[in-house]
Design a protein around this ligand. Sequence first.
Ligand code: ADP
Ligand code: MG
Length: 503
Amino acid sequence: MSNHELLELRGIGKRFPGVVALAGVDFTVRAGEIHALLGENGAGKSTLIKVLTGVYSADEGKIRFDGKNIAPRAPKDAELLGISTVYQEVNLVPSLSVAENITLGRQPGALGFLNWRAIRRRAKAALARLEVDVDVDVELGSLSVAMQQMVAIARALDTQAKLLVLDEPTASLDEKEVAELFKVMRKLRGEGLGLVFVTHFLDQVYAVTDRLTVLRNGQLVGEYSTAELTRLQLVGKMLGREVHETDFAASAAAFTKQATTSVLGVKNFGRRGAVAPMDLSIAAGEVVGLGGLLGSGRTETARLLFGIDQADSGELRVKGASAKIRTPRDAVAQGLAFCSEDRKAEGILPNLSVRENLILALQGKRGALRPLGRTEQEQLCEHYIRALRIKTADAEVPIKNLSGGNQQKVLLARWLATQPAIIILDEPTRGIDIGAKQEIEQLIAKLRDDGLAVVFISSEIEEVVRNCSRVLVLRERKLTGEVTGAELNTERLMQLMAGTHEA
Ligand code: ADP
Ligand code: MG
């Protein structure tokens, strides 16, 4: 295997207004290797790839590729140099044939006459190199996403790529399709290409990569040989925490069920492509965390429980009785509430008043035929503004004028007004200041003491440990473990999130 340095990025800096996306980042990829680029959300992975592929130009730093200094100004420049990118969303043309897509923009032919035989021959050659069997004459749009990705890779090969960048190509593929993709990746590595692989799945990192680079908050954490870094060390580097492997208790937390009365329970409950079938049970008066890395399936689980996405297996029970939840409306009727992670997109209606935002869920639950009277609305607002200490001049102020923390409190109030038995809080403290954070945490404790079942999701491990009495750990879209009691500490959680007990 040739091992020379194919790509060297040195001291790359990139700023956006108000954000340093990359600061002094080095990144090296050798010919004949698969190199993972890793880091939690916002680490700078996509920005680094965009600098490399000419989508952005760096503010600082140098790029050396194949022995020359380069400064691609557009993806086309990068492609001509031999750097090709395959994104998660295949950016090809669904209505054209496979052959046309593979040669798009560089079709052989002269004077405007396409040489169809040459186009098809070249497309077939590129696919044969991947050992992929597909008819080059069918419309791209008629193929599975997995197959479309293969076509995208074939297109990259047709450009004589020396470096292939795969930015989260596996997010929507099933196990068999991932295996197929890995086979192709290994084959290309064997032919001396350099491959950059961005993924959230640690199993995939260990299955297919030779080396890896970790970024955090726009900074280089380090470059490592995959085989020399344990999962736990890797997770520690991604999250920026020291971990001590010696504290690792060999016995994986036995997956114990709570004996207490269950308010919300599921059995064999899952959705293909989202989360594997799981069992769980949540009792009144407990705060149960869903722990896991980005992409582990936390939000997907919440969305299934609340009926935003539909489970395709298993059953769900509310207060011991079998319940059918097919829509959020069903969920609310059953006593569930869901404070979503994306306040801006799914949560607040910025131009409406605090009052209008606050009554929304309750009004929805009652239905259009039983509108809440104005006095009732005002009483509700008065109550929650006082109870949650929402800082606003009055209930008629547009919610967009409130700080993030106070907007979050209005959202909480919106759901509490429905008097739920179960409330799911997805990243309830994201983007709010410390003071507001503490208040939200106190409020969670109060809800628990009032007998609600609270499901808590947060990317901050310390926050999960602080607020939860029990944490269910998801990894690679499977429920893989549970911690409670003395075992519920950051160290143990990180081990389970990393999956070290299986390694
Ligand atoms: P990753 O891909 O690792 O999740 P990104 O490279 O997308 O991280 O983002 C790194 C940081 O740069 C984040 O703080 C993000 O908000 C910011 N950022 C990325 N692209 C832009 C942009 N076009 N404009 C402003 N900020 C951006
Ligand atoms: Mg990204």
